[in-house]
Design a protein around this ligand. Structure first.
Ligand code: C5P
Length: 232
C-alpha cells in the first residue's frame, strides 16, 4: 500500500472547496471530506470531487446500531469513496456489520478504518464522563485490536501511536495520522504534532493534513512539500 498525503478539505461550501482544488491544476491529491462539508453539500460533493479524479476519504465517523451502520455503509460504498470510517466504541459487532454493508456485490469495498478514542478525550474525561478506568493508551490499543479482529483495515491515530498500533495489530494494519505540522509552521490547536518526515520515519501509512496546506499562501507548494517529506 503506497503512502499518501490526504488533504483535509475542512470547508463549509462546495464553492470554497472547488476554489481551493482549482489551485492544483492537473494534480489530483487525495482529499478528506468531513462532516462540515458533507452536511453542507450532501452526497453531490462526493460525486463531484470523485468525477474530478480525486481519491476520497469520507470522514463521517459512523456510530449506531449494527443494522443502521450496515445499511449506511452500503450507501457510502455506492458513492464510490476510497476510504471511510466509524467509531470503534460501537463494538466489534457493529464493525463487522459495517464491513458487510460496505462490501459491494463484486467483493470490492472502500478501505474502512476506525477512530479509537478521539484525541480530544483525555484520561480525566474518559474516566469521569465515560466511566472507563483503564489507561487511555491501553484503551486506544484495545480498540485498535478490536478493529483488526472485526476485519477493518486500520485506525486513525496520533502519529505518536502509529508504531505501537503496528506492533500490536501488524505492519499491514493502516495508520492514518492527523496532527501533522511543518517544523517551521504554526501548530494551531493541535497538541501532539509531528512533521511529515517524522511521520514517515515512525511508519504512518497516510498523513491527514489540513491547515498547513489549506491556509498556506501557496497551497500547492505546501502539499508538494508534504509529499516530498512523507512519500519520497
Ligand atoms: O488543520 P489540521 O491539519 O489540524 O486538520 C486535521 C484534520 O484531521 C481535521 O479534519 C481534523 O478534524 C482531523 N482529525 C484530527 N484529529 C483526530 C481525528 C481527526 O485532527 N484525532
Amino acid at each position: 500500500m503506497g503512502k499518501d498525503v490526504i488533504i483535509a478539505c475542512d470547508f463549509d461550501s462546495a464553492e470554497k472547496t472547488f476554489a481551493f482544488l482549482d489551485n492544483f491544476k492537473g494534480k489530483k491529491p487525495y482529499v478528506k471530506i468531513g462532516m462540515e462539508l458533507y452536511y453542507a453539500e450532501g452526497p453531490s460533493i462526493v460525486r463531484e470531487i470523485k468525477a474530478r479524479g480525486h481519491k476520497i476519504f469520507l470522514d463521517l465517523k459512523l456510530h449506531d446500531i449494527p443494522n443502521t451502520v450496515k445499511k449506511s455503509m452500503a450507501v457510502l460504498s455506492r458513492l464510490d469513496v476510497d476510504m471511510c470510517n466509524l467509531h470503534a466504541s460501537g463494538t466489534v459487532r457493529m464493525m463487522e456489520a459495517a464491513i458487510e454493508g460496505l462490501t459491494r456485490p463484486d467483493g470490492t469495498r472502500p478501505l474502512l478504518i476506525a477512530v479509537t478514542q478521539l484525541t480530544s478525550t483525555d484520561q480525566e474525561s474518559m474516566e469521569n464522563d465515560l466511566l472507563i478506568h483503564e489507561r487511555i493508551d491501553e484503551v486506544v490499543m484495545h480498540y485498535a485490536a478490536n478493529a483488526a479482529k472485526a476485519g477493518l483495515d486500520g485506525v486513525v491515530c496520533s502519529p505518536l501511536e502509529a508504531e505501537k498500533v503496528h506492533a500490536r495489530c501488524g505492519a499491514g494494519f493502516l495508520t492514518v495520522t492527523p496532527g501533522v505540522r511543518f517544523a517551521d509552521g504554526d501548530i494551531g490547536d493541535q497538541k501532539r504534532v509531528m512533521t511529515p518526515a517524522e511521520a514517515k520515519r515512525i511508519g504512518s501509512d497516510y498523513i491527514v493534513v489540513g491547515r498547513p496546506i489549506t491556509a498556506a499562501a501557496d497551497p500547492v507548494a505546501a502539499y508538494e512539500r508534504c509529499v516530498s517529506e512523507f512519500c519520497d
